[in-house]
Ligand binder design. Structure first.
Ligand code: 0O2
Length: 193
């Protein structure tokens, strides 16, 4: 089953790389800093199904999980996030299954990111499969916060102590402020040159 998810991810990754080439060709400011992708491990799939009280089977994973294949696109500035999301939403052979804007509406934890679940067509020798892939689009600063918060949260299986959660929320606010200040500096440079 995971072969199909790997194929869908390859397709989406190639589309991202084509965009990168296109930006470089046009000699425009490249909004993409880097791209990461992964197929969830069997263990992580089983753990998530179990945690959500779903049967731990391949069929159940297909039906209940939309992030078996995941791609993360790291952008320079927050405004680039919406631009990249629109570029993908416009591609006519993919369907948007779900969209979550945690950039302007962060989660209570402080988490900011834009999530798109896209259905990617995978053409095999004798069949076509429509496979969901989760794209997370965020800035480097948002990514820095999310990966550290994820590691810290993982350590506290029974729930993070309140003071740490509050500390992380404050860091998320400061990080968003930093993103905006860096963008303002970039705008000044754009005006000057
Ligand atoms: P992991 O270990 O990263 O895979 P869904 O997962 O779509 O069925 P949910 O939780 O409503 O259900 O989706 P949502 O909110 O879009 O979150 C999906 C993923 O976003 C999570 O996957 C995390 O990777 C990331 N995420 C969401 N909230 C937070 C947060 O508060 N902190 C951090 N660091 N990451 C977050 P998983 O499966 O929960 O985890």
């Amino acid at each position: 089953m995971l072969v199909l998810y790997r194929c869908a991810l390859k397709d989406l990754n190639t589309r991202m790389e084509i965009l990168l080439d296109d930006f470089n060709n046009r000699q425009e400011n490249n909004p993409i800093e880097h791209i990461k992708h992964r197929v969830k491990s069997y263990e992580a799939i089983a753990e998530k199904l179990h945690r959500r009280n779903h049967p731990v089977t391949a069929e159940s994973a297909r039906a209940n999980l939309s992030d078996i294949a995941g791609l993360r696109c790291i952008c320079s500035y927050a405004k680039d996030i919406f631009f990249i999301a629109e570029v993908f939403k416009r591609q006519p052979d993919m369907k948007v299954l779900n969209e979550k804007n945690y950039v302007t509406e962060p989660k209570p934890s402080g988490y900011r990111s834009y999530h798109l679940i896209l259905e990617v067509p995978v053409y095999l020798t004798d069949s076509v499969h429509h496979i969901p892939v989760e794209i997370q689009i965020r800035t480097q600063a948002m990514d820095f916060w999310a990966s550290l918060e994820h590691k810290i949260r993982y350590k506290y299986k029974q729930g993070m102590p309140q003071h740490l959660a509050e500390g992380l929320r404050q860091c998320a606010v400061q990080i968003y402020d930093l993103d905006e200040r860096m963008y303002k500096i970039q705008e000044l440079i754009d005006i000057a040159y």
